[in-house]
Design a protein around this ligand. Structure first.
Ligand code: C2E
Ligand code: MG
Ligand code: MG
Length: 688
C-alpha cells in the first residue's frame, strides 16, 4: 500500500474509484449470475419433473408388460437436455435405460453441492391404478445453463472494462474541479515556505469545503503574518538588547573603548596568530600618573571627562591595526600587532607620553597628568599571555619608579623588582603597628652664615627582612594604597614631638619641614587632623613648614586653596618642594600662599658648569625674590655650588655638603655643635 501513500491525490482518487467500482460491479455481476443460475435450474427442474411425469405415465404399462420396444420408442421423443433415463421394475432391476448403459447412481456417492451443480436428477414412481410397477429416474444436464452464464459473464466483463475506461476518462475530466484547488493550495504553501513571504494569499471562490479550506489557509496566513511582524520587531529589539549587552560586556562605558574582557580575548587571538605567522607583537600598559589626585580633587565627573580625553589623545598615536582598551580605572592597554622592532614601539610610546604631557583643559581648568608605560614583547619576552601581561605590568611599575611619565621595555631584572614591590606592599601594611618607621633629619642652612635654620624630617622604614627602605621605594606604594595617610600623620606627630624636645633641651628654635603627600592634603578633614596632632605636641605653628610638590597645587581647586589659606593663616608655612620639575604653569605661585621655593636638586647638581642649570637656577631665584619668597637650594653637595648660590642671593641650602639626613642623636649633636659655633661667633664678634 506504500505506493498508494506516496502517489499523487489524482492517482489515489483514480485507484480508489477503479478498485471500489470494480469490486461493486464484480459483486453485482456475481449476484446476478447466481440468481440467473438458480432460476434457470429451477425452470429446468420443473421441466424435468414434467418430463418424468409424462414419461412415467407412458412407461408404466411398458414395464408392466415388459415391452422394451415400446419403452425404447418413447425415449426417442425426449428433449435434448434430458441426459439420461433409467427405468427400474418393481423389483428394482434396471428395465430399460437411455442411453442403454445409463445407471442410477446412489445419491450418497456425490455431495449435496456437487449434486446441485452437476445436473438435475429426478425420480418418479411408475404406477398403474395406483399400484407401483417401477421407478423412473431422469437426469438433465446443466451445460446449457452454464453456456448461457458464460456468455453472460463474458459480455458483462467486456461491458465492465468498457465502463471502467469511460469512468477513468470521466474521472480525469472531472478530477480538476476537485484537484486544482488542492494543487493550487499546495503550490502556494510551497512558495510561502520557500520564500518566507507570508503576504501571499490563495484565492478560491468555491462555497464548498475547499473554499473553506482556502479561507482557513488565508486566515492562518494573516495570523502568521501579523505574528511574523511582531516576531520581527521582537527580534530587532532582541538584537538591540544583545548589542547593548555586547557593548556592556566588551566596551567601557566611560571612554567607549573596548574593556578588559575584550582585551583578553583579542590578545589571545593576536598572540596565537603571531606565533602561527612567526611574527612579533607587544602589549603596552599605560597607567596615568596622579589620576587619583584629579578624581579626589575635581570629582569623578571631571575624572571621567579626563579619561575620555586621554583615550582620544592616545588614539591619535595608534596605527589602524593597533587596539586600545581601557582595562582598569586609570589603566589603558594597547595591543600592537606585527611589532617589527623595538624602535617602532618606542616611537609609539614616546608619542603617547608627549600627547599626554600636554595639559588638558576641562571646565576652563588646566589639568596635568602624565603616563607611565610598560611594554613587553611576544615571543621575545614570553609566549605565555599571563606572563606577557605581568611583564608589561612590571615594566610599567619600573617606569613609575623612575619618576613617572616615561616608558620602560620589560627586561628580566624587573621580575626581582616587582617581587620586591609585592613584598614591600604587604610588609608596609604592618610597618606602623610594628613600629618600623622612623625619621631622619636633614639640616637647612643659611649659606652665608653657615647657621642651621631648620630641619627637614625624612621618613625611613626599618624592616626586619628588607633592611632600611628609602622613601622613594615605599612612599609611592603608600600613596597608592592609602597607607600614606597614617604614615603622614605619624611623621607630623613624631617630628613635632622631637623638635619640641630639642627646643626644650637645646633651645633650638629652627624651622621644622615636613613633606605632605597630595592624598593627605586632599582629605576633607586634612587641616583639622594636622591641627589636632600639632596641638597635642604643643609645637608652635609658626615653626612648622609643609613641603608640597607642584603637582598637588596643579588642580587649582578651591578646596586646596582654602586649606592652604587656612594653614597659612594659622601661622604654618608652605614650601614648594622639587620646584621646577613639575609643571609648566606658574600661575599657582600667585594664587596660593607660598612662603618658600625649594629648587630641585637636578638644577643644582651640575652647577656652576652647566649653563642651562645656571640659567634655570638664576631664574628661579629671581622669581622667588620678586615674589618675596624664601629660596632653598636642594642637593647642594659642593662648596662651589654653595658659593655660586650665595653669589646669586640664594639664602638657604640643604644637601650633603652640609649634612646627609641624620638620626635623632646625630641631629642633636649637629644642632649642639652649630649652636656652640654660633655662640663662639657671637663671642668673637663681641671681642672684636
Ligand atoms: P625631598 O622632600 O625632596 O627630600 C630630599 C631628598 O633629597 C631626600 O631623599 C634627601 O636624602 C635627598 N638629598 C638631600 N640632599 C642631597 C644631596 O646633596 N644629594 C643627593 N643626591 N640627595 C640629597 P630621601 O630622604 O630619600 O627622600 C626622598 C623623597 O621622599 C623626599 O624628597 C620626599 O619627597 C619623600 N619623602 C621623604 N619623607 C617623606 C615623608 O615623611 N612624607 C612624604 N609624603 N614624603 C616623604
Ligand atoms: Mg622635601
Ligand atoms: Mg625635594
Amino acid at each position: 500500500m506504500s505506493f498508494l501513500r506516496d502517489s499523487s491525490i489524482g492517482n489515489k482518487l483514480l485507484i480508489i474509484n477503479v478498485v471500489s467500482m470494480g469490486l461493486a460491479m464484480l459483486i453485482l455481476v456475481l449476484s446476478i449470475t447466481a440468481i440467473m443460475f438458480a432460476s434457470s435450474r429451477n425452470s429446468l427442474l420443473e421441466d424435468v419433473n414434467n418430463q418424468a411425469y409424462i414419461l412415467g405415465e407412458s412407461l408404466a404399462p411398458t414395464v408392466l408388460f415388459n415391452d422394451f420396444d415400446a419403452a425404447g420408442a418413447l425415449f426417442e421423443a425426449l428433449p435434448p437436455h434430458i441426459e439420461y433415463v433409467v427405468v427400474l421394475d418393481q423389483a428394482g432391476k434396471k428395465f430399460v435405460a437411455f442411453p442403454h448403459h445409463a445407471e442410477i447412481l446412489a445419491d450418497y456417492q456425490t455431495s449435496i453441492l456437487e449434486h446441485y451443480f452437476s445436473g438435475i436428477h429426478v425420480s418418479y414412481p411408475l404406477k398403474i391404478n395406483d399400484q407401483p410397477v417401477g421407478l423412473i429416474r431422469l437426469g438433465a444436464s446443466l451445460d446449457r445453463i452454464y453456456n448461457q452464464l458464460t456468455q453472460f459473464l463474458l459480455f458483462t466483463f467486456l461491458s465492465l472494462i468498457l465502463s471502467t475506461g469511460v469512468g477513468i476518462v470521466m474521472l480525469r475530466k472531472l478530477q480538476p474541479h476537485l484537484l486544482n484547488p488542492i494543487v493550487g493550495l499546495t503550490k502556494s504553501m510551497r512558495l510561502i515556505s520557500h520564500t518566507d513571504n507570508y503576504s501571499l494569499r490563495f484565492h478560491l471562490n468555491n462555497k464548498d469545503e475547499l473554499g473553506e479550506l482556502a479561507a482557513g489557509f488565508n486566515t492562518m496566513l494573516n495570523k502568521i503574518q501579523s505574528n511574523q511582524v511582531r516576531l520581527d520587531a521582537e527580534l530587532v529589539r532582541r538584537k538591540e538588547a544583545e548589542d547593548r549587552l555586547q557593548q556592556l560586556a566588551f566596551y567601557d562605558n566611560v571612554t567607549h573603548l573596548p574593556n578588559r574582557h575584550f582585551f583578553k580575548e583579542r590578545l589571545e587571538r593576536v598572540v596565537s596568530s603571531t606565533l602561527r605567522h612567526n611574527s612579533s607583537c607587544c602589549v603596552m600598559l599605560i597607567d596615568l600618573d596622579d589620576f587619583k589626585n584629579v578624581n579626589d580633587t575635581q570629582g569623578h565627573h571631571v575624572g571621567d571627562e579626563l579619561l575620555m580625553a586621554v583615550s582620544q589623545r592616545i588614539n591619535k598615536a595608534l596605527r589602524g591595526s593597533d587596539v586600545l582598551c581601557r582595562i582598569g580605572g586609570d589603566e589603558f592597554a594597547m595591543i600592537i600587532e606585527n611589532a617589527k622592532d623595538a624602535a617602532q614601539v618606542e616611537f609609539i610610546a614616546e608619542r603617547v607620553i608627549r600627547l599626554l604631557s600636554q595639559p588638558f583643559v576641562l571646565h576652563e581648568k588646566e589639568i596635568f597628568i602624565g603616563a607611565s608605560i610598560g611594554i613587553s614583547f611576544c615571543p621575545v619576552d614570553t609566549t605565555d599571555i599571563p606572563t606577557l601581561l605581568r611583564n608589561a605590568d612590571n615594566a610599567m611599575y619600573s617606569a613609575k619608579n623612575r619618576g613617572k611619565n616615561n616608558f620602560q621595555m620589560y627586561h628580566q631584572d624587573m621580575e626581582y623588582k616587582s617581587m620586591k614591590r609585592f613584598t614591600l606592599e604587604n610588609a608596609l601594611r604592618r610597618a606602623l603597628e610594628l613600629n618600623e618607621l622612623f625619621l631622619l633629619y636633614q639640616p637647612i642652612m643659611q649659606i652665608n652664615s653657615n647657621k642651621i635654620v631648620g630641619l627637614e624630617a625624612l621618613v625611613r622604614w626599618n624592616n626586619s627582612e628588607l633592611g632600611v627602605v628609602n622613601p622613594g621605594d615605599f612612599i609611592p606604594i603608600a600613596e597608592e594604597t592609602g597607607l600614606i595617610l597614617s604614615i603622614g600623620e605619624f611623621v607630623v606627630n613624631e617630628a613635632c614631638l622631637q623638635m619640641q624636645h630639642w627646643r626644650e633641651v637645646c633651645g633650638f628654635e629652627g624651622m621644622l619641614s615636613v613633606n605632605l603627600s597630595g592624598r593627605q592634603l586632599f582629605k576633607p578633614d586634612a587641616v583639622e587632623r594636622i591641627i589636632a596632632i600639632v596641638e597635642s605636641t604643643q609645637y608652635p605653628y609658626n615653626l612648622l613648614n609643609f613641603e608640597l610638590t607642584e603637582s598637588i597645587l596643579m588642580d587649582h581647586s578651591k578646596e586646596t586653596f582654602d586649606k592652604l589659606e587656612m594653614l597659612n593663616n594659622l601661622g604654618f608655612s608652605i614650601s614648594i618642594d622639587d620646584f621646577g620639575t613639575g609643571y609648566s604653569s606658574l600661575s599657582y605661585l600667585k594664587r596660593y600662599p607660598i612662603n618658600t621655593l625649594k629648587i630641585d636638586r637636578s638644577f643644582i647638581s651640575d652647577l656652576p658648569q652647566d649653563l642651562n642649570d645656571v640659567a634655570i637656577s638664576n631664574a628661579i631665584i629671581a622669581l622667588g625674590n620678586s615674589l618675596t619668597m624664601k629660596i632653598v637650594a636642594e642637593g647642594v653637595e659642593t662648596k662651589e655650588q654653595a658659593e655660586f648660590l650665595e653669589a646669586r642671593s640664594c639664602d638657604l641650602a640643604q644637601g650633603f655638603f652640609y649634612s646627609k639626613p641624620m638620626t635623632v642623636s646625630q641631629t642633636m649633636e649637629f644642632i649642639m655643635a652649630r649652636l656652640e659655633s654660633s655662640k663662639m661667633d657671637i663671642a668673637e664678634n663681641a671681642v672684636a
